[in-house]
Design a binder for this molecule. Structure first.
Ligand code: GLC
Length: 411
């Protein structure tokens, strides 16, 4: 069965490969995650008061954008409104539960979008569909949906061209009629090239949604290959991932993932052609947490060496053993190797194959050379039919970049 051709916006989305998610809202002042209103049964009238202490004095949109840029991200998804119902943008009279009505008195989404433009990062808007603040969410769902639609309309019309919308919350009322056609229709009217995502939630990772939706999500999970045969539209895939166990900052969550896991997750996404959306949770008033910043910097160092393979490489049907894999770029194959030890001696045995060689099958191109992208060292290789055999060396002493990528030039 045929695989549909991706529309232009989806091609662009897939090419970006790596984005930064940002969870920031009133909840950040409490430092116990973005679900605290619900999970800790807080009284909404007390919770609301967090608006009165929201100064956003540490929010520097350019700094935030540069955190993403220096990490190698091409786009950012910012929580313009999360489940707590507070908007970081000017809701233009729809509600006073927004940043301009707080002591901060600024339209933070405007600052975010401007900074993205300055540094050539594509701005995406996360927007909740579930709302713990608006009584109409439970009492008059139709009027709530109109409030939601108008909120989204503001985001569509006041900030220039944006990359897309990332919705989240329909899973809270699985049987309700969310009038998705009206919501997505509004977006298509003003932002025809916007990517539309609607998170299916942890229980339904990778599930397809309404027809207008452009990408499936794999929240916190390793993405699986998409089977697009027979689909009437090409759908992209994206996996979002936390640095520790919370999206919004958790001051007592020390359970940060090691860089190796973060890097491998990025590669695992690209292996199946999915984007990787790595989350940071800014501090109470919008600063970038030092430790999270450092993890993003490590991602950036990895990307500065191997980024070409992440952006250009696409799944191409080449098979190999274990976790290793190959992607095809315009004029090269990119070979990703996991768990190489540190050597010192080139041509030393690695833990893949008996003799330090790794065999790939399904290689249709003739190669002119294979070399590590990090130090340019050439690797011995041979080709026989569609088989490629590469003699894989360990990391030289002084380096251990977790996943190591070799570039095989196509003749
Ligand atoms: C979940 C959570 C939410 C988070 C989202 C990110 O759906 O409800 O807090 O924003 O995942 O993927």
């Amino acid at each position: 069965m045929a695989i549909p051709k991706p529309e232009g916006r989806i091609v662009e989305f897939e090419k970006m490969g790596f984005g930064m998610f940002v969870h920031w809202g009133l909840y950040s002042q409490l430092g116990v995650g973005e679900w605290t209103l619900h999970s800790h049964n807080r009284d909404i009238n007390e919770y609301k008061k967090l608006k009165d202490t929201f100064t956003a004095e540490d929010f520097d949109a350019e700094k935030l954008v540069l955190t993403a840029k220096n990490a190698g991200c091409k786009y950012i998804v910012l929580t313009t409104r999360h489940h707590e119902g507070f908007s970081l943008y000017d809701t233009c009279g729809l509600s006073s539960f927004d940043a301009p009505h707080s002591p901060c008195g600024r339209d933070l989404v405007r600052e975010y979008v401007d900074a993205c433009r300055k540094y050539d990062i594509v701005p995406f808007f996360y927007h909740t569909t579930l709302d713990w603040y608006q009584p109409s969410f439970n009492e008059d769902f139709d009027s709530y949906l109109e409030y939601l639609r108008r909120s989204v309309e503001i985001l569509c019309t006041n900030y220039g061209k944006i990359g897309g919308f990332w919705f989240d919350g329909n899973w809270s009322k699985p049987d309700a009629d969310w009038k998705e056609d009206e919501l997505y229709g509004t977006i298509r009217r003003y932002q025809p090239d916007a990517i539309i995502v609607n998170n299916t939630g942890l229980d339904f990772r990778g599930a397809l949604g309404a027809h207008e939706i452009d990408s499936v999500t794999f929240e916190q999970g390793r993405p699986t290959p998409m089977n697009r045969e027979g689909m009437d539209k090409y759908i992209a895939a994206e996996m979002c991932y936390t640095l520790n166990n919370h999206w919004g900052i958790g001051s007592l969550d020390f359970d940060y993932k090691p860089p190796k896991e973060l890097i491998e997750a990025l590669c695992d996404c690209r292996r199946v052609g999915a984007n990787y959306l790595l989350n940071i949770g800014p501090t109470a008033q919008g600063g970038v947490d030092v430790y999270q910043d450092e993890l993003m910097k490590i991602m950036g160092r990895w990307m500065s060496i191997y980024g070409e393979a992440v952006y250009l490489g696409k799944p191409c049907g080449v098979m190999t053993q274990g976790k290793h894999f190959a992607l095809r770029g315009d004029d090269a194959l990119y070979l990703f190797f996991y768990d190489l030890g540190i050597g010192g001696d080139s041509h030393v045995t690695v833990g893949i194959g008996d003799d330090g060689t790794c065999e790939f099958e399904g290689v249709k191109d003739t190669l002119s050379g294979v070399e590590w992208m990090d130090n340019g060292e050439s690797l011995e290789f041979s080709q026989n039919g569609d088989k490629l055999c590469v003699k894989v060396t360990r990391f030289p002493y002084g380096m251990s970049t977790c996943v190591r990528v070799a570039k095989a030039k196509i003749k």
